[in-house]
Design a protein. Structure first.
Ligand code: SF4
Length: 326
């Protein structure tokens, strides 16, 4: 296969500059597939530097697909604690169970099979096929998207629509080393074509880059709108312990342990005590202390001094920390 010049330049740069990441270790084909599955789930919505220690700890405790399919939920959530978006951990386990049962324990290598698995969408399926199976896919993550937008100087709303970007990524060509090439493009965006102050003087494709020619690196975003929501959060405290409940009410943080709370629609004179951002939801939270312990279906008392002993979402920990300071 004759590679385009842009492809060659990016791969040459990658060979010299790639980071040593724990999921890039030289391991057996089967391990590589498992490592890619776990790392791609962890990397959804989370940055590489944050994921590294979690990945290492996870692999040490849950070393293969078989152990993942049988791991206890409590252990799984403890290993995931702090990474957020806990549905990813649950979907990862479900995926391992389905692969064990329906695919003889082998992660499938077809797009259709992969996207039929929980927690795997178009992007993750493409990333697994490219990275783990060396198939010619270019997964369009935030890093590659940024390089593409700048390289082609895409600014108009219609040009930065996902569908258009998916078509335009063919500009990067196809490599005879698809696994390395997908990672090379991601790495170029992460290390060189950074969101602010791109290091164009180190970039292997600067000579054809439109943003570099125009000296305009501003990125037009296709932003999801932030939504403001208002919540009344109830604090019941007894002997330095807080009452928490299992969240079966809200779609966010589903089935996780939170303070009892209710959503208020367009409240008047709402003076929030704290503000927490969850994805694109801007949560304005007013705290109300109460002495009357009401009956809850699943009351759960946590000791404020022993927070690390519990599996709690960082959302709940942030609130406990706020309560301690105020
Ligand atoms: S030259 Fe600069 S803006 Fe263009 S792709 Fe490279 S790092 Fe990004």
């Amino acid at each position: 296969m004759k590679e385009q010049l842009v492809t060659k330049k990016i791969l040459n740069w990658y060979d010299l500059n790639k980071r040593s990441l724990p999921w890039r270790k030289n391991v057996s084909q089967q391990k590589r597939q498992y490592y890619t599955l776990v790392s791609e789930f962890m990397l959804q919505q989370t940055q590489v530097v944050t994921v590294i220690p979690y990945f290492k700890r996870f692999i040490k405790n849950v070393p293969d697909l078989k152990s993942l399919s049988g791991v206890q939920n409590k252990k799984l959530l403890k290993l995931w604690e702090g990474l957020g978006y806990y549905s990813r951990a649950k979907n990862l386990k479900k995926t391992a169970q389905i692969v064990t049962k329906n695919f003889k324990g082998k992660i499938p290598d077809s797009f259709a099979d992969l996207i039929s698995l929980p927690g795997i969408g178009n992007y993750t399926a493409s990333a697994i096929l490219a990275i783990a199976f060396n198939k010619p896919y270019i997964p369009l993550d935030g890093n590659i998207e940024r390089v593409l937008k700048r390289y082609l100087y895409l600014k108009k709303k219609k040009d930065i629509q996902k569908d258009n970007l998916i078509k335009k990524k063919s500009i990067f060509g196809i490599s005879s080393r698809p696994s390395d090439y997908a990672q090379a493009l991601m790495e170029l965006g992460a290390l060189i074509c950074k969101p602010t102050n791109p290091s164009c003087y180190k970039c292997p494709i600067s000579n054809k880059c439109m943003a570099f020619k125009k000296k305009d690196f501003y990125l037009k975003k296709n932003n999801k709108k932030n939504i403001d929501k208002y919540f009344l959060l109830k604090v019941f405290k007894k002997d330095q312990r807080y009452l928490l409940i299992k969240n079966t009410k809200f779609n966010f943080l589903k089935n996780l342990t939170i303070f009892p709370m209710e959503e208020l629609s367009q409240p008047k004179n709402f003076n929030e005590n704290l503000n927490i951002k969850l994805s694109n939801m801007n949560m304005n939270i007013k705290i109300q202390y109460s002495k009357n312990i009401r009956k809850f279906h699943t009351p759960y008392w946590v000791d404020e001094k022993k927070l690390d002993n519990y599996v709690l979402p960082s959302f709940t920990k942030k609130i406990v920390k706020y309560l301690e300071k105020n």
